[in-house]
Design a protein around this ligand. Structure first.
Ligand SMILES: C[S@@+](CC[C@H](N)C(=O)[O-])C[C@H]1O[C@@H](n2cnc3c(N)ncnc32)[C@H](O)[C@@H]1O
Length: 212
């Protein structure tokens, strides 16, 4: 195969993130956060609206030191972005073994392997880690997010923690996901929308009298 396909991949900017394939050069400005990603067989190059909205959500909601769970990591782009923005530790899970391999390579390439652990699995494997997370990001599809809500994803969040979900359209799908989040005891606090795709941000409320 020739190299003509490389012409389709250029440097992308999403907020402070500069996402570039290894064969390109990028001029960085102060405050820019570089993510080097070679497109493999995994989803998540930064071109999709849902990925871009999740990156934007991380800029708004991630606090330095947060422990973050990235469910459905694909290329690892959101996990790497979280680590680069100061997350304390990140666990990146995907059911697809190819995504796991691609994400591990990208994590290494970006020098964040000391803080990002890539594992094959889903909600059950995340629960088995025995951690409580400050933030969860899950860019998958509406039925899977609905299942995660029914299966207790909210319990994996510390009180006051946040969750950002995307991968669904405005309208019926958005309504279903919103209901599932609320039925799980989460408070939907933010909505991002791009080209009819939606991301929702919700919080697990601090229980009265809870002292972190
Ligand atoms: C739309 S991609 C998102 C990739 C990346 N996080 C992003 O935002 O660009 C969804 C990923 O979720 C994975 N996935 C699908 N169902 C899953 C499940 N039940 N548990 C964990 N990962 C899942 C897929 O293999 C795919 O890599």
């Amino acid at each position: 195969m020739g190299e003509a396909w490389k012409a389709h991949y250029d440097v992308l900017r999403v907020g402070p993130f500069v996402i570039k394939p290894s064969w390109r050069t990028a001029r960085l400005e102060p405050g820019d956060v570089l993510i080097e990603l070679d497109p493999g067989m995994a989803f998540g190059t930064g071109t999709h609206p849902t990925t871009r909205m999740c990156l934007q959500a991380l800029v708004e909601w991630l606090r330095p030191g947060d422990q973050v769970l990235d469910l459905g990591t694909g290329s690892g782009i959101l996990a790497i972005a979280a680590a680069r923005r100061g997350a304390g530790r990140v666990w990146a899970l995907d059911i697809d073994p190819v995504a796991v391999q691609v994400a591990r390579e990208n994590v290494e390439r970006n020098g964040v392997a000391d803080r990002v652990e890539v594992l094959q699995g889903s909600l059950e494997e995340a629960r088995a880690l025995g951690e409580r997370f400050d933030g969860i990001v899950a860019n998958i599809v509406a039925p899977v997010i609905g299942r995660f809500c029914e299966q207790g994803i909210a319990d994996l969040l510390r009180p006051g923690g946040w969750i950002v979900v995307s991968g669904f359209f405005q309208g019926e799908q958005e309504g279903t996901v919103r209901q599932a989040l609320e039925a799980a005891g989460l408070t939907v606090a933010r909505r991002w929308a791009e080209e009819s795709w939606v991301a929702l941000g919700a919080r697990r409320e601090m229980a009265a009298g809870y002292a972190p």
